[in-house]
Design a protein around this ligand. Structure first.
Ligand SMILES: Cc1ncc(COP(=O)(O)O)c(C=O)c1O
Length: 438
């Protein structure tokens, strides 16, 4: 985590005083602030966990597709996991070589398949095929383009959902999920790839889910994957790599027992058990590289109470709300997954000891525009930070309710090195009004 509080009680991210951003006429609020140094440290720590074994960390661009972040990861040798034409074009533009890009997605368009096959001299490292049916589609496009498509099979390990310890909406490695090739269909998919002159198998892939705070479900997926890889090798099928996916959790305040490196170490140990440890090892982390090294800054617009001042009824606690100018359109995770982001004042009021519980909510006209109950100082304060907002924050943001997308500020060495300002307030209205009947 890159957050500190200085002696004056001011919150800082990567050394930068956050109130300077929140009160600046250029950025103001709502604004995401990212610590690029902290993100680079995460990437280096994860790579070190492979202890020199051939590997590739494919950053899942969906977690945060800001150019300064992905350019920096590319300079450190990371690849990319992309899920759309837009993300593919972005990753290539940010300096990721096509040879280091894998593309997931259960329903790729022909246009997306063509772009992936046409990238670089040999197409991307692998189109991660997610169904036996998709093998035939990729083969047809490769034939049409006169290319050999490098593919991997993203298998669905069919784990028991009760063993995938995360929110149901981000659990992917069970039979009811739309993701990955179901195990009964893996042999036919492998056979079709082996028979085709237009397809070549790069590897086998698995991604069980996201925000795991322990390694057990990840290991469960890896065991199924490695067992299939072992069988494939025994049958003379060549493999360049095994890819155990992403999903490494971060601490949103409730604790996170496993560090990203622990997932890698456990998977490496299992690879030895299955005799596949000589293969290159890919992982696809998104959240763990970026999540803890960013905040969303918001202004306190007003407070609200359910009773007149000084009317307290024993056993019936006062309901208090803190209304901020960031909403579910800026940070959707709480509305989507009931997830929690800690909310803290940027500057601690003088009597920080007196606190009370308040529900922090945004201005959007939805009941789910709710950042949950937080213990906050009673004395007024002007701005807050929502912590650990670097993953699935801006990348999921929308302009719902006619609100502009938040600004973004990038910090390195304690100073601002890049920024994206908020669109003018009228931009949304102008765009919607530009649709006119002839
Ligand atoms: C195929 C695939 N790989 C990687 C990721 C990244 O997961 P995380 O951000 O939890 O590391 C996802 C997330 O949805 C995914 O679907």
């Amino acid at each position: 985590m890159s957050i500190t509080r200085d002696d004056a009680g001011e919150l800082r991210l990567g050394g930068l005083k956050l109130s300077e951003v929140a009160t600046s006429p250029t950025y103001g609020t709502p604004t995401y602030v990212y610590d690029l140094d902290g993100m680079d440290r995460e990437a280096l720590e994860l790579a070190a966990a492979f202890e020199g074994h051939p590997h590739l960390v494919c950053y899942a661009v969906k977690a945060n597709s800001a150019a300064p972040i992905v350019r920096s990861f590319a300079k450190h040798g990371l690849g990319a996991d992309v899920v759309s034409a837009g993300e593919l074009l972005f990753a290539l533009g940010a300096g990721v070589s096509a040879d280091l890009v894998v593309m997931s997605g259960v329903a790729k368009t022909d246009e997306e398949i063509d772009l992936a096959l046409g990238a670089g001299p040999r197409g991307i490292l692998a189109l991660q095929v997610e169904s036996a049916e998709e093998v035939a589609r990729v083969e047809a496009r490769a034939r049409a383009l006169g290319r050999v498509a490098r593919v991997s099979l993203r298998i669905n390990p069919g784990l028991d959902p009760s063993e995938i310890h995360t929110h149901a909406n981000i659990a992917t490695g069970h039979d009811e999920a739309k993701f990955g090739v179901p195990l009964p269909r893996v042999p036919e998919a492998l056979a079709r790839i082996a028979e085709s002159n237009s397809l070549t198998l790069s590897g086998l892939t698995c991604h069980v889910g996201s925000q795991f705070t322990t390694t057990d479900a990840y290991e469960g997926g890896a065991k199924v994957l490695f067992s299939l890889a072992k069988d494939a090798l025994a049958r003379g099928i060549a493999l360049d790599y095994v890819d155990t996916g992403g999903g490494f959790g971060i601490d949103y305040g409730g604790g996170c027992a496993a560090r990203p490196a622990d997932f890698v170490r456990k998977a490496r140990a299992l690879a030895k058990v299955y005799g596949v440890d000589h293969l290159r090892h890919l992982v696809e982390p998104g959240r763990s590289l970026v999540g803890s090294h960013a905040v969303l800054l918001a202004k306190v617009l007003q407070t609200k109470s359910d009773r007149p001042a000084n009317e307290r009824v024993a056993g019936d606690p006062e309901r208090r709300w803190l209304m901020i100018d960031a909403g579910m359109n800026d940070l959707m995770r709480p509305a989507l997954y009931q997830s929690n982001h800690r909310v803290v004042p940027l500057a601690l009021p003088s009597s920080a000891s007196a606190t009370a519980s308040a529900r922090v909510v945004g201005p959007v006209c939805e009941s789910s525009d709710d950042f949950g109950l937080h213990t906050l100082p009673i004395e007024p304060f002007s701005h807050v930070a929502l912590l650990d907002a670097g993953a699935y924050g801006y990348s999921m943001a929308s302009r719902y309710n006619g609100r502009p997308l938040p600004a973004e500020v990038f910090v390195r060495g304690g100073r601002i090195v890049a920024a994206k300002e908020r669109a003018p307030l009228r931009a949304w209205a102008d765009e919607r009004l530009s649709i006119a009947e002839e």
